[in-house]
Each structure stands twice: as structure tokens, then as C-alpha cells.
Design a binder for this molecule. Structure first.
Ligand code: GCV
Length: 707
């Protein structure tokens, strides 16, 4: 007996010892990125006062309870507790008020809410420290809640939180290129977050966390499947799955949309045509829309990729894009929206690919139904590290146009390269079309769509810094006039640290990073030099793919003499698709911003540029600068070791090491290839190219993700 008890005691001691060792070596809470920018870390000392008003979610409510209001209250409660370490506040110091419940003359009355768009909100503070959020609708109260929490998280204070804020555009949506089997096209963050297999019975917690994260930055729609769509996702079993998502997301103001395959009436409907003018086809879509709305009354609508890269469409029946879009628009009626993509180009069309979408769509201006939006990529080719804005933005005044940006970094180094994309999106949003104001103004009646970068990786986006691109997309869709620096700083403060010098450092790393990637991949307006299919790494020598415009050679046109695509009047004349005031900025190779030079002009290698250097010298200089900048980013990040939690510090450091190596690979490959054509030596002082062209060409990556 004694011996038995001794054994028990020994075992108990062993367990305690093991647990103690484990406790001492594993931090209580290891940051892994899952919490995104919603970490709500403990505020110190004085700062904690900022969060006191909403500790415990003790809120004075001038609104009826709803699921959305409940989310706002629990968010406030959890954030307050986490930021102060307190659980209960006896005196509610926060007011959530619907504008229609506010008496005129009250300090809560907010004139700017009259006629304001859905989701607008106002935050006021009273002298007694009380904070009030007022909105016309519940979702506005939730957005206001997140704006307040963002401010407190980012600044450690509620000073300066007062604001009126309204979304600049009605649709702020993510487009997922997720396939029903869990693979994500151009996805670099693991598998799809959508567990279609187990839906509708099982709803993963991620689906709630996803909706919450989106709501926190004002995103209000999600297209849940790839534009290269499968028709079976319109079948009843998938409508049931979609309904479960829609129900879960509704409190967060997220409407669900589906990518629809145009041939669905044939594929799953038993018809022998998908001709949009065929009455049976029209009836099929009408019945399908009714079936969806019976399950999901606030279904957002359809996104369609038609007659593009092998997808079916109305042109298969001799009809136009407008015929196809309007047929679907009629089926949805005022209940929803058809988002029709303008990303079209054809293997048979000999004209410059950059001109083709404009040529197909601009003649249809004014022919689309009111509930159709035409979705246009930021540039006329395909999400390259740099493109001029798409000329369609200045050319369809009678059509609602939506901007499609790519958050996932198909052409910017996947998830391993650090590239903060807000400056890229600002470039297009701020671009003056010359006819209809800036691109941001053109798309204001419709919205902004971003190809999502989410996946099953613990940190959601494949890398910690790619979270910033999801965040920036939402913030810019809400307010395109925000500047990149503001977004970078508030994201860094919420995601990493509020330590001022560290925010400076992180923001600095972020702000130049996209330009850096453009420098070492596609400097001076070069484009589409990526390897075939997976688009991972450089392959400028590819010239023999059956579709000409799939070849890097098609884009760079380099030979012994020079390099670049002549899109002036002496070449493809793509310039003429822009308003003269815009085209004139790009027409003269001596005047053009050198970052666009080779997009619009073919230039001899030895031509002297306004910088005084030859094109070749300038190009090599830009590759080298790109490398130096990645090295500087890496060195700068290394100085944050004491400020950032070890897990995320190490993750980012490892990615930067990959980026350093791959930037050198881009430079080396590109220079070796250009030299094989121009036979020029590297300019004096430039580092030699480490490998031979043959060695670069021999690299193969059939397993690269995202294809
Ligand atoms: C979804 C590019 C990408 C494709 C993508 C296509 C599109 O071509 O490489 O993966 O397909 O754009 O936007 O439709």
C-alpha cells in the first residue's frame, strides 16, 4: 500500500515537473497571426482608460436588439476586457444609437447621417467621457464599433476618435478563386477556407472569424467560388451550403455571391443550349434565381467570367456580353446584381492584348441593364506589378464600372515576398481618366472587388504581411482617399506593436515594398515575364506557347537592338484608347515616367535617357536597386527582434531570406537573358550575374502552388 502510494506520489511529482518544464518553455500565448489586426492586446497604465468606456460590453442601447447589435456589443465587451484586464464596468459609458431613436436637439443628433449611405456612422464623445456611436442602420453601428476599437488599438487612446464616416462605394467585396474541391487558384495560403464538403451540417468557426474580420474593415460581400466556375455549385445541395454561410455572415453585413458558369443550363439544366436569347434558357435562370432567393433572401448575385480563357459565354451563340449579362440581370431582378467581367482577350485576335477588352466592351456602353456592373481589372493586361490604369475606366460613362484588384500576389512573389499593395491600388484609384474624373470617382457608384488571399494557413494569408493587403483593400474600398501610409501605420500598430519607432520602421518597410518588387521583377514598364502556368519566377525566353499572348516574348519584344512594346501610333496605338490628356503624358519617350517607359515604347538598348544613362545602364541600375532595397528591408526587420513576438519575427525573417534569394534570381535570370540578346557587358560596378543563362533556364517548379 505504502509502496503503491509512493509510486503515485512519484508519478505526481513527475507530472508536475513535466508540466512545470512545459510551462516554463512554452509561452502562455504564442502569437501565430490568426487574430489578424483584431488582437486587442492589454493597454498599459494610462492608456487603459481609453478602453474603460466599453469594458464588459455595458452599453446604453438606443436601438432594438438584433444579431448585428449583439455582435457589436460582444465585440466591445471582449475588446474592453482584453485591453484593460477588467471584466465589469458598472457605469455604461458607451451609447449605441440608431439615428431614428435620437431626439432632435440631443448631442447625438447627427445631420450628416440624413441620406447617408448604408453603413455610415458617427462617433462622438461627451465631456463626461461617454462615447456615442450613431448610425442609420445596425451595420453602421457595427462598423462604428470597429472604427472605435481600431482607433483605440492603434493609438492607445480615444482622443481624436470623433468622426463621421461613410463608405465611398456600395460594393466592397472579396472574390474568392476557391474551387469546391478546396484548391485555390492563385492561392498561396494553403487550402480553401470553405469546407464545402461538410457544409451545411458543419460550419467551421473560421467562417465566423472571417466574416468578423471583413466587417471590421467594411467589406460587405464575398463571391465564394472561382470565376472559372463549376455549374454544380448552382445545384440545390450547394444552395443549402451557401444558405448556411449566408445565415452565418448576415449579422456581419456580408452578402454572398456566386460565380455562375454561363453554360449551366446545359451542364445541369438538361437544356441543349445556353443561348441567352432562348426562352427556355431565360426561364431556367429565372427559376434558378427564384430557388436561390427562396433560401437566401439577401443573395447578392452572380459574378460571371464569360468568353474568356476558355470559359463559355454568350458569344458562343453569336450574342454580345450585354445580351448575356442582361439575361441574368432579368432573372435576378431588383433582388441582386450581375457582375460581368471585362477580362477578355482572344487567341485569334491579332491586335495588342492590352487593347482587346476596350474594343469589346466600349461599344456596349449604355446597353447593360441597371443591375449589371462591369468589373474591370486595374490594368489592361493582368495584375502585373505595374500597369497603367485600364482605359475602359475613362470610356464607359453609361455603365456602372467596378474595379477588380488582386490581393493574392500571383505576379508579385506569391506569399513569400513582402509587397504592400496599397500604393499600387492608390496609383490606379487616383489616376485621372481625363474624361470622368479619377478611377475612384468612376467606380464610386459600383465598388471595389479584390481577389482574396485567404487560405487555411493559420495566419490566413500565407504570410503575416499579406494580412496587410487584405486590410488595406477593405480600408481603401471604404475610403479610397486614405493614403497608404495611414493604412500601413494603423495596420502595423494593431498587428504588431504600438511602439512609435517600430511603427515607423514597419511602415517604412511596407511603403516601398511594392516598388521594390516591381524593380527586381519587371522594371521600367516590363510585364508578364513570369514562367508559364504557375507564374513562379522569371522565364523571359518563353516564346513558343500556342497562344502568342501567353509568351513573355510577346510582352518584352526584346532583340539585339532594343526592348519594349510600342503602343504609340507607330505601334499598336493602345495609347489612343486613353483620353488625349492622359495619352500625352505617355506618348513621348523623353517625357514619360520611366516606370512606364517599356510598356508604351520600344527603346534601343543604347539609347540615352533623360537620366543621362543608356537604357541598358538604367535597367541594370533598377534591378540592382531592387536587390539593395530587399537587403535593406531585411536589415531593418532584423532590428525589430526585441519588439516582435518570436514566432512572427521568425516567420517574417524567413520569408525575407527567401525574397532576398528570389530577387537575385529575378535579376540574374533577366540580365543573363537580356545579355544573350544585346551582347552588352554589365555597366561598370554592377555585380556579375552568378549563374549562366543555361542554369537559370534549367530550373523547373512543376509543384509551385496556385496553378
Ligand atoms: C481565374 C489570370 C490568372 C488566372 C485567372 C484569370 C482571371 O489569367 O492567371 O488564374 O483565372 O487571370 O482573372 O480570370
Amino acid at each position: 500500500m505504502m509502496r503503491g502510494r509512493g509510486l503515485v506520489n512519484q508519478l505526481a511529482t513527475l507530472v508536475v515537473t513535466i508540466l512545470t518544464c512545459v510551462w516554463m518553455t512554452v509561452p502562455a500565448y504564442a502569437e501565430d497571426g490568426y487574430d489578424l489586426w483584431l488582437r486587442y492586446t492589454l493597454l498599459s497604465g494610462e492608456e487603459a482608460n481609453a478602453a474603460r468606456p466599453f469594458v464588459g460590453g455595458s452599453v446604453q442601447l438606443l436601438a432594438d436588439r438584433s444579431e448585428t447589435i449583439n455582435r457589436a456589443i460582444s465585440e466591445l465587451g471582449e475588446a474592453g476586457a482584453a485591453m484593460t484586464g477588467l471584466k465589469i464596468s458598472p457605469h455604461p459609458q458607451l451609447v449605441l444609437a440608431r439615428a431614428d431613436r435620437v431626439e432632435s436637439g440631443s448631442y447625438l443628433a447627427e445631420i450628416r447621417l440624413v441620406g447617408a449611405p448604408e453603413g455610415a456612422f458617427s462617433i462622438r464623445t461627451a465631456r463626461n467621457g461617454r462615447i456615442a456611436i450613431t448610425a442609420n442602420d445596425d451595420i453602421g453601428l457595427l462598423y462604428g464599433t470597429f472604427a472605435l476599437l481600431r482607433h483605440v488599438q492603434a493609438t492607445g487612446s480615444n482622443e481624436g476618435v470623433e468622426r463621421f464616416s461613410a463608405p465611398a462605394m456600395p460594393l466592397r467585396m472579396l472574390n474568392h478563386w476557391d474551387n469546391p474541391d478546396g484548391h485555390v487558384e492563385r492561392g498561396y495560403a494553403g487550402r480553401s477556407i470553405f469546407d464545402w464538403w461538410h457544409l451545411p451540417e458543419k460550419l467551421d468557426q473560421r467562417m465566423i472569424d472571417y466574416a468578423r474580420a471583413n466587417a471590421s474593415i467594411g467589406i460587405n460581400g464575398a463571391v465564394v467560388n472561382n470565376v472559372n466556375a463549376r455549374s454544380f455549385m448552382l445545384e440545390p445541395r450547394y444552395i443549402a451550403k451557401l444558405k448556411r454561410l449566408a445565415d452565418a455572415w448576415r449579422p456581419y453585413g456580408i452578402r454572398v455571391y456566386l460565380s455562375a458558369r454561363f453554360s449551366a443550363p446545359r451542364d445541369i439544366g438538361g437544356l441543349d443550349t445556353a443561348d441567352p436569347l432562348d426562352p427556355a434558357v431565360r426561364a431556367w435562370w429565372q427559376a434558378k434565381a427564384d430557388e436561390i432567393y427562396a433560401a437566401i433572401p439577401d443573395f447578392g448575385g452572380f459574378l460571371v467570367k464569360a468568353n474568356s480563357e476558355g470559359q463559355p459565354g454568350p458569344q458562343d451563340y453569336g450574342r454580345t456580353h450585354a445580351d448575356g449579362a442582361n439575361m441574368l440581370a432579368e432573372a435576378l431582378g431588383p433582388r441582386g446584381t450581375v457582375i460581368w467581367r471585362a477580362f477578355v482577350y482572344s487567341a485569334e485576335d491579332e491586335t495588342d492584348r492590352a487593347k482587346q477588352a476596350y474594343a469589346e466592351f466600349v461599344p456596349l456602353d449604355g446597353q447593360f441593364a441597371d443591375n449589371v456592373i462591369v468589373q474591370v481589372k486595374n490594368g489592361p493586361i493582368d495584375f502585373q506589378p505595374r500597369e497603367p490604369f485600364h482605359p475602359i475606366f475613362g470610356a464607359m460613362p453609361n455603365t456602372r464600372l467596378m474595379l477588380e484588384a488582386q490581393i493574392t500576389k500571383e505576379y508579385l512573389g506569391f506569399a513569400s515576398h513582402l509587397a504592400f499593395l496599397a500604393p499600387m491600388w492608390k496609383e490606379v484609384l487616383d489616376a485621372e481618366t481625363g474624361r470622368m474624373g479619377s478611377v475612384a470617382q468612376v467606380v464610386a457608384p459600383a465598388g471595389l472587388a479584390g481577389v482574396a488571399n485567404t487560405g487555411s494557413d493559420r495566419n490566413w494569408t500565407g504570410s503575416h504581411f499579406d494580412q496587410a493587403n487584405w486590410y488595406a483593400f477593405g480600408r481603401l474600398a471604404w475610403n479610397p482617399s486614405l493614403d497608404s501610409e495611414t493604412i500601413a501605420r494603423e495596420w502595423a500598430a494593431q498587428t504588431f506593436t504600438r511602439h512609435p519607432a517600430s511603427i515607423d520602421r514597419i511602415a517604412n518597410i511596407m511603403l516601398g515594398s511594392r516598388e521594390t518588387v516591381a524593380r527586381y521583377m519587371t522594371p521600367m514598364g516590363l510585364a508578364h515575364l513570369m514562367d508559364t502556368g504557375h507564374h513562379y519566377g522569371p522565364a523571359p525566353w518563353v516564346c513558343d506557347l500556342p497562344r502568342p499572348e501567353w509568351n513573355p516574348c510577346y510582352y518584352h519584344r526584346a532583340d539585339e537592338q532594343g526592348i519594349g512594346f510600342d503602343r504609340t501610333v507607330s505601334g499598336s496605338d493602345a495609347l489612343s484608347q486613353y483620353h488625349p490628356s492622359v495619352a500625352s503624358q505617355w506618348a513621348d519617350p523623353a517625357q514619360i515616367d520611366p516606370r512606364f517607359l517599356l510598356w508604351f515604347h520600344r527603346v534601343d538598348w543604347n539609347e540615352r535617357l533623360p537620366s543621362g544613362r543608356t537604357l541598358w545602364e538604367e535597367l541594370v541600375g533598377r534591378y540592382d536597386r531592387g536587390i539593395a532595397e530587399v537587403d535593406a528591408m531585411t536589415a531593418s526587420w532584423a532590428l525589430l527582434e526585441d519588439v516582435i513576438d518570436p514566432g512572427r519575427f521568425r516567420d517574417v525573417s524567413q520569408n525575407l531570406a527567401i525574397q532576398q534569394a528570389e530577387a537575385r534570381w529575378w535579376r540574374g535570370t533577366s540580365l543573363a537573358y537580356w545579355q544573350s540578346l544585346n551582347n552588352l557587358p554589365l555597366p561598370e560596378g554592377a555585380q556579375p550575374v552568378p549563374d549562366t543563362l543555361g542554369e537559370y533556364r534549367a530550373r523547373r517548379f512543376p509543384e509551385a502552388p496556385g496553378q
